[in-house]
Design a protein around this ligand. Structure first.
Ligand code: PLP
Length: 410
């Protein structure tokens, strides 16, 4: 049963519904809707960045100053503000969340022959960053309640080649950092947080970004704060921060222009992006507060609908509900995909959970992680922009509740 054909047969169950769904999604739910796509006035998008006069003012200031590349006061200020926000000593800005992850792994010396344990349920960039270094991404299953990497699954995957664990604070719930750090210490592994979805999420009041040896954040347009494209590394390790700064700038020492001891990267953030970032940082606490109140509204509006599971906040954890998400299963009368389509007919956008990475062609394994597989089929992200109104949330909850009652009324 090890021929490709046999493997394909094993995966038919996994691949075919996904494939069919993908085609439907491409026509019904284009991932990147062009700016010009017509939208009915009552359409509720899955996300919208919250930009205002302050962002405009700082960008204009940066443009007028002439400092539009990576040297400029906004870059320095954004880094300082972000380090302060996470409670760490150092923050290093980069061009996006994926380059942040790659730079972190590379700076830690991870490369060919090494293994990095990544959750099966995450955005593909977590695994891709490992692949870029030449190391191998190994997939751990996730916790059925928090949807984050399961330390028990990680423990089973550790080999002499394992160098790092990359927990992801999925959809805004922090991963079990204390348990993972214990494992890391026992086996001498580094922990690299993928905090792209966890700005401000915390455990026992201590924010993400300071739990691992280093953490990577993203400021893509749909993330909790945005710079258009952008990323940040946070760490308390001064040497590691300095190494990341050197490597993001072609490995060129500032005191020795055009001298390069090694192969570096151009992973810099521009002052224009950082200008938006500073404006967003001045409102980040407000964004997080709003996200938590959005989650409260949803949880009230969606309580006790048979077959709908709400996201949790484990004791001691602060979930920032980056994307408020639900699980859809029987006895709810519609499947997750049917619900997604029905909501779309009511001008309400939603997104399916990520396909588990160990089911994607570049990373397919013989035995995909079962919990990630189930969540990948049942999970649905609901509209979660900080600008969402309580009335809009009520409309979404009402629509889901009504669809849930369909069968009972014939
Ligand atoms: C968004 C995201 C990334 C990648 O960030 P980009 O800025 O888009 O490169 C990585 N990991 C996770 C979990 C993400 O959600």
């Amino acid at each position: 049963m090890t021929t490709q054909k046999a493997r394909d047969a094993d995966f038919q169950d996994v691949q075919e519904p996904f494939h069919t769904m993908l085609i439907e999604q491409l026509s019904l739910f284009p991932y990147l809707e062009p700016e010009t796509a017509p939208r009915p006035p009552d359409f509720i998008p899955i996300y919208e960045p919250w930009l205002g006069a302050r962002e405009e003012k700082y960008v204009l200031d940066a443009v007028r100053s002439g400092w539009i590349s990576s040297l400029g006061k906004y870059v320095t200020r954004f880094e300082a503000m972000f380090a302060d926000f996470c409670g760490v000593d150092h923050a290093v800005s980069v061009s996006n969340g994926t380059t942040a992850l790659h730079l972190a792994l590379h700076a830690l010396g991870i490369g060919p022959g090494d293994e990095v344990i990544v959750p099966a349920l995450t955005f593909v960039a977590s695994a891709n960053a490992v692949t870029y270094t030449g190391a191998k991404a190994v997939f751990a299953d996730v916790d059925p309640a928090t949807w984050c990497i399961d330390p028990a699954s990680v423990a089973q995957l550790i080999t002499p080649r394992t160098r790092a664990i990359m927990p992801v604070h999925l959809y805004g719930h922090p991963a079990a950092m204390a348990e993972l750090l214990e494992l890391a210490e026992l086996y001498n592994l580094v922990v690299v947080e993928d905090a792209a979805e966890g700005h401000g999420a915390a455990i026992d009041g201590r924010r993400t970004g300071g739990w691992g040896r280093i953490a990577a954040f993203s400021f893509y347009a749909n993330k909790t704060i945005t710079t258009g494209e952008g990323g940040m590394l946070t760490t308390d390790d001064a040497d590691l921060a300095a190494r990341c700064r050197l490597l993001r700038d072609h490995a060129m020492p500032p005191q020795h222009r055009y001298w390069h001891d090694e192969v570096g990267f151009n992973y810099r953030m521009t002052n224009l992006q950082a200008a938006v970032g500073v404006a967003q940082m001045e409102r980040i606490e407000e964004f997080i507060e709003r996200k938590r109140s959005i989650a409260c509204c949803y949880s009230e509006g969606l309580q006790e609908i048979p077959g709908i599971t709400l996201p949790v906040e484990a004791p001691g954890y602060t979930n920032i509900y980056w994307l408020f998400s639900i699980l859809v299963e029987q006895p709810f009368p519609l499947t997750r995909d049917e619900l997604m389509r029905a909501l779309r007919n009511e001008q309400i956008d939603s997104r399916p959970f990520f396909h588990p990475i160990d089911t994607l062609p570049p990373y397919r394994t013989d035995q995909p992680c079962p919990t990630a597989l189930r969540l990948g089929r049942q999970g649905l992200n609901l509209p979660s922009a900080p600008s969402l109104s309580n009335d809009q949330i009520a409309r979404i909850c009402h629509a889901i509740r009504k669809l849930g009652e369909l069968r009972h009324h014939g």
